[in-house]
Design a protein around this ligand. Structure first.
Ligand code: 13P
Ligand code: SF4
Length: 302
């Protein structure tokens, strides 16, 4: 593995490339990543970078977002099959139908969506800034897509905004039930329960903290507690175990795995750097239209 890592790092320098990695990636990817974090942090890095090539160790919508906001860079997704089940739950036509059923209401789209869908929305959000983004609209009604759970969680935090959600979800997080959290609370009464807001709102309600993947990691960093129940994808749990060997972590269920996130390997990253495949190519009209809602988000949450 050392040789592989060295080869990747050399090639990165030679080609002026950077590697952005999401916290759900296989943990060894961190050895070659320039930045590891949540969707918001990685899109901010994609916008800032002076690199010529961005290798995105994540899923398709993340690499596509990087291309939308950094059109002059070559953006590469090492494994083109790395999709997002939630982003696939709404296509352009379904988006237009949703919009026409609820006219004249501002639309927030979660970053886990395609460029075609983003192009029809007013502003984008991620799990770490959804609350701030909805508030920034100053509207008593908001359409939110595709994640019903994140949308309803935001609504529960704000007394005065009605959020009409599309019925998408992330199957990895949607699979967690209230009984799982109650059982964990009974078994580990001293543990803090940290939950990603893609879980059902009735599940999130039971957490000691609800936030993005980076939010969860930062909570642990700043906490003097010793035991934590992790209610998100296993990549976050793996990194916490590596970085805080004196604390104890319990993953809420064994099957908290996003298969798409695990498709990217170090070998594929090396190939992606060597062959510069698969490059994200976007129709310029769609790119421009979708960049508006991402840029608006970046302005609000910078
Ligand atoms: P974060 O923005 O919290 O990293 O979430 C991305 C994601 O896809 C969670 O399933
Ligand atoms: Fe998409 Fe869920 Fe995987 Fe996140 S964990 S990338 S929302 S399928």
């Amino acid at each position: 593995m050392r040789k592989l890592i060295e080869e990747i790092n050399n090639l990165k320098k030679e080609k002026n490339a950077i590697i952005l990695a999401h916290s759900y990636q296989n943990i060894e990817i961190d050895e070659v990543a320039d930045f590891v974090g949540d969707s918001l942090y990685l899109s901010q890095q994609a916008k800032k970078t002076n690199a010529d090539i961005i290798i995105f160790a994540g899923v398709y919508f993340m690499a596509q977002t990087a291309k939308i906001i950094s059109p002059d860079k070559k953006v590469i997704l090492p494994n083109i099959n790395a999709g997002c089940l939630m982003a696939d739950m709404i296509n352009h036509k379904q988006m237009l139908d949703f919009k026409s059923k609820h006219p004249n209401i501002p639309i927030v789209c979660y970053i886990n969506s395609t460029a075609e869908v983003k192009a029809e929305c007013d502003i984008c959000c991620t799990s770490s800034n959804a609350l701030q983004i909805v508030k920034s609209l100053n509207s008593d009604k908001v359409l939110f897509l595709p994640d019903q759970n994140l949308g309803k969680w935001v609504e529960n935090q704000l007394n005065s905004v009605k959020i009409i959600t599309y019925n998408g979800n992330c199957p990895v997080h949607h699979n967690i039930n209230v009984s799982d959290i109650k059982d964990a609370r009974n078994k580990y009464p001293n543990a803090k329960i940290l939950i990603h807001p893609e879980c059902k709102p009735e599940v999130s309600k039971l957490g000691d903290y609800v936030g993005s993947t980076s939010g969860i990691i930062n909570y642990v960093k700043n906490s003097s507690d010793k035991q934590f129940i992790i209610v998100t994808e296993k990549g976050v749990y793996d990194r916490l175990k590596r970085d805080y060997p004196n604390k104890e972590f319990i993953l809420i269920k064994d099957n908290m795995l996003c298969e798409s996130m695990k498709l990217t390997t170090l070998e594929e990253i090396l190939n992606a750097l060597k062959n510069e495949t698969t490059e994200i190519i976007l129709d310029e009209k769609i790119r421009q239209a979708s960049s508006n809602c991402i840029e608006r988000m970046l302005k609000v949450s910078n």
